[in-house]
Design a protein around this ligand. Structure first.
Ligand SMILES: [Zn+2]
Length: 180
């Protein structure tokens, strides 16, 4: 059982997270509503990049919305005096778990069960894009980049080695003992 003091601490954390997340979402909306993307005009960014940013922000918004609904559920549970108990089995949620995820309303066992169900419902989890934005960006970049560009890069790398006396010498430059 959680003490009143513990619950109050979690409540403050939840309220803070909620305000922060709502702030992120507002800012993302402003970016598009007020045409703040126009500063991208200064860069040679193509519409593909803008589309990518838009898609990324949409995915982030979806995750934030999910997070906010979890937070609201947890805040409601605090009001109802059921906070810290699993919605499914009614057991106390592990304190370690609440410390990391104060919005948790499920014990670890039932959270995992729900996650697995959720993953089965989706062909491809949206999280893949969000958790690996670099990887997604790289893949999109590669799609639009033709082979010769990569060959040029590889060649210039070889050239760099060639311009050093020997590879051993260039490695020696990074030898920390030389700097002493
Ligand atoms: Zn449970």
């Amino acid at each position: 059982m959680l003490t009143e003091k513990q619950i109050e601490t979690f409540k403050q954390r939840l309220l803070k997270e909620k305000a922060k997340t709502e702030g992120y979402m507002d800012r993302r909306e402003e970016t598009y509503d007020e045409g703040e993307l126009s500063h991208y005009d200064n860069h040679p960014a193509d519409s593909g990049e803008e589309l990518f940013l838009r898609e990324r922000d949409q995915a982030l918004n979806e995750l934030d919305e999910e997070f906010l609904s979890d937070v609201d559920k947890a805040l409601l549970a605090i009001q109802n005096g059921t906070y810290g108990k699993c919605e499914v089995c009614g057991k106390d949620i592990e304190l370690d778990r609440l410390e990391v995820i104060p919005e948790a309303t499920l014990c670890i066992e039932h959270a995992r069960a729900q996650e697995e169900e959720h993953e089965r419902e989706l062909d491809r989890p949206v999280e893949e894009d969000v958790l690996n934005p670099d990887e997604t960006a790289r893949r999109k970049e590669l799609d639009g980049t033709d082979e010769p560009g990569q060959k040029t890069d590889a060649f210039s790398q070889v050239e760099d080695y060639g311009s050093s006396d020997t590879i051993a010498d260039s490695e020696g430059n990074h030898d920390p003992t030389r700097e002493q």
